[in-house]
Design a protein around this ligand. Sequence first.
Ligand code: AKG
Ligand code: FE2
Length: 346
Amino acid sequence: MATSLSHAYKDTHIQLSHIIPLDFGSVRHLPDSHVWSAAHEAPARAEGAAPPVIDLQAPDAAGLVGEACRGWGVFQVTNHEVPGALVEEVEGHARRLFGLPAERKARALRTPSGATGYGVARISPFFPKLMWHEGFTIMGGSAVEHAKQLWPHHYHHFCDAMDKYQKKMKSVAYKILLLILKALGVDEEELISSSSSFLMYQSDGALQLNSYPSCPNPSRAIGLALHTDSLLLTILHQNDTDGLQILQEGVGWVRVPPIPGALVVNIGDLMHILSNGEFPTMCHRVVPNETSHRFTMAYFYGPPADSVVAPLPNLPGPPRFRAATVKEYIGLKNKHLEKALSLIQI
Ligand SMILES: O=C(O)CCC(=O)C(=O)O
Ligand SMILES: [Fe+2]
């Protein structure tokens, strides 16, 4: 039987202190557990330094996407065919979920060896301090199990919206993947006959709801610490509260401002491998806000856990990475975080 993505994530065992988020509503000051001694540097103020915004219906969309992937590893998309009403509905459910009392949210807590449900960021064990963040992870049909714990009689409203959103995200991610592959010189027909044909039909994703409550001392706190996303690409909706920043070589931290109706797309580690390093995997973090609450929905899109990922064969130069299964790579990432890529480098 094929290994599911949630099984690939299940191999690590985490302590409870790295699962249960702070009861943010009950604190007036930043607790020591959440004070980061090295205050985060301010973003660079270079004029015009913001990731490109691409109209997905533009005739030269593939060229623009390719340029953005090479230069930034991140871009925003408009005209993406995801109805605004659906995005609003899902954000509304996320707000309701995170607005529940802490004891109620704890009913849907991720288990120590689990991958889905309510909890702190999975990268937390790698850092000495905790983050100003709470999340809810959905993989496959996991929403039903956890939503039943939160709303025993009304869980289906939440689940239906999450299912609908994930289906839409999967189809948009697939279209963006084709544009990215076209930019790498691979067309759809070539792909069908190649060893990478798994990319075509079988890729799927996980949905992560994120909440960053307003923070009493944002300059000493971190919403989500510096990391890269592991899979092929991430599609992110952010509400109107700023916070996402990317680390650009030679520039520093650059804001990815919320644009109404736009979705943020970023390259993950597996796409970095497929592109033989041509597309940078985006290093990013989230900083909290003093007065407003940031909500985001991140859809992580990637191939099935058993598939083998390696640099695409048509690319110039010797391969920079050895082949690895998705499951093996996720295992390395869970153990070594940002060092994982270097462990499969040739
Ligand atoms: O919430 C955000 O802005 C980013 C979320 C993120 O980076 C993640 O969930 O991996
Ligand atoms: Fe991320």
